[in-house]
Design a protein around this ligand. Structure first.
Ligand code: NAP
Ligand code: GDP
Length: 328
């Protein structure tokens, strides 16, 4: 995997403290790995989990900012889940994420954080749209009904970023990743995203010598990004991206794949030989959300994404080796 250029530092002459909210999750752990591999002497990274404090509570959030005094913030913490968790808990997704984002961004302002990079998602884009979707289209119409709670809370980060910039001159920006997978994911059978959910189901089906059941028809299309690729791009955004407007962090449109193909990559990586069934009584969710990575490519034309077969093999190996402690 080629890394984006990383020689330029945010503030080359002074030590900076970068606080990562949600540092114990899928993306946070990948960023931890990437910055350990290419450590910059002037960067001090702090990775937080919910055990350090509840960021939906502004008093607890202030305590964390007071303790760590970050100059930069990577804001990942969120209530996160796959399609079926989003369908069940729309109000919780809306309220919890509104509360977390409001506390974190207000504290970034109060503590004079120089740059904050928050995380949106391609599932916040309008449901009825033209393709490919780009960064200018976030607010162009209602999101898909399955995840409107999560989507509206995340869209408001972009509004907050612009308001903090226009009223107070803050440098708060955001990235828009597609469906992410990798080590340290949430492998819960019902609440997780599709790749970790199917890895766990396949693991159980292999042990029981039973069929693997994939939810829905298998025909929806998704762009998947390996967590380590996303982590490299996140670090590049922190160090080099100067716009308030969001940037989509995604593989190309040509790399969109069907849920059926993803399921088959998982069965291949797990050497699973039994039958694969599709439960069409379960929702397919949005058929596709094809996103353009043209803006990313205008900055980083040569960035190489991990082949999904390789990424899925690594995620499967991680899950099997860490079965007892993995989130599930
Ligand atoms: P994750 O693995 O579920 O991690 C969530 C992180 O947020 C954990 O570190 C968790 O801490 C922390 N957290 C949750 N609620 C908190 C609270 N009230 N106070 C403090 N910390 C809290 O999620 P992820 O997949 O890494 O997601 C990272 C970001 O990417 C999120 O903003 C998400 O919306 C976005 N995103 C994810 C995907 C995807 O496919 N996964 C796709 C697009 C965008 P604990 O570990 O202590 O619980
Ligand atoms: P989305 O990309 O935001 O829709 O979220 P997911 O990562 O949950 O992917 C949902 C898509 O995968 C839908 O088309 C589901 O029908 C399909 N899918 C198939 N099996 C599973 C599974 O076990 N878990 C989840 N979450 N989705 C599945």
């Amino acid at each position: 995997m080629a890394s984006p250029p990383s020689s330029k530092k945010v503030c080359p002459d002074e030590t900076i403290t970068i606080m990562v909210t949600g540092g114990s999750g899928l993306v946070g752990q990948a960023i931890r790995t990437v910055v350990a591999e290419e450590a910059q002497p002037n960067e001090h990274w702090v990775f937080l989990s919910s055990k350090d404090g509840d960021l939906s509570d502004i008093t607890e959030t202030r305590k964390l900012f007071e303790k760590h005094r970050p100059t930069h913030v990577v804001h990942l913490a969120a209530m996160v889940g796959g399609l079926f968790k989003n369908i069940k808990y729309k109000l919780d997704f809306l309220r919890k994420n509104l509360q977390i984002n409001d506390s974190v961004l207000q504290c970034c302002y109060e503590y004079k954080v120089k740059k904050c990079v928050s995380c949106l998602s391609t599932c916040i884009f309008p449901d009825k749209t033209t393709y490919p979707i780009d960064e200018t289209m976030v607010h162009n119409g209602p999101p898909h009904s399955s995840n409107f709670g999560y989507a509206h809370a995340k869209r408001l980060i972009d509004i907050q970023n612009r308001a903090y910039h226009e009223q107070h001159g803050c440098m708060f920006t955001s990235v828009i990743p597609t469906n992410i997978y990798g080590p340290h994911d949430n492998f819960n059978l019902e609440d997780s995203h599709v790749i970790p959910g199917l890895i766990h189901k396949c693991y159980i089906a292999k042990q029981n010598e039973s069929p693997l059941t994939v939810y829905g028809s298998g025909s929806p299309l998704r762009q998947f990004i390996y967590s380590k690729d996303l982590a490299k791009l996140f670090v590049w955004v922190l160090r080099h991206y100067e716009e308030i407007d969001p940037i989509i962090l995604s593989v190309g449109e040509e790399d969109e794949i069907s849920i059926k193909d993803v399921a088959l990559m998982i069965t291949e990586a797990m050497e699973f030989k039994q039958e694969v069934k599709f439960d069409t009584s379960k929702s397919d969710g949005q058929h596709k959300k094809t996103a353009s990575n043209a803006k990313l490519r205008s900055y980083l034309p040569d960035f190489q994404f991990t082949d999904p077969k390789q990424g899925i093999r690594e995620a499967v190996e991680w899950f099997c080796s860490n079965y007892d402690t993995a989130r599930k």
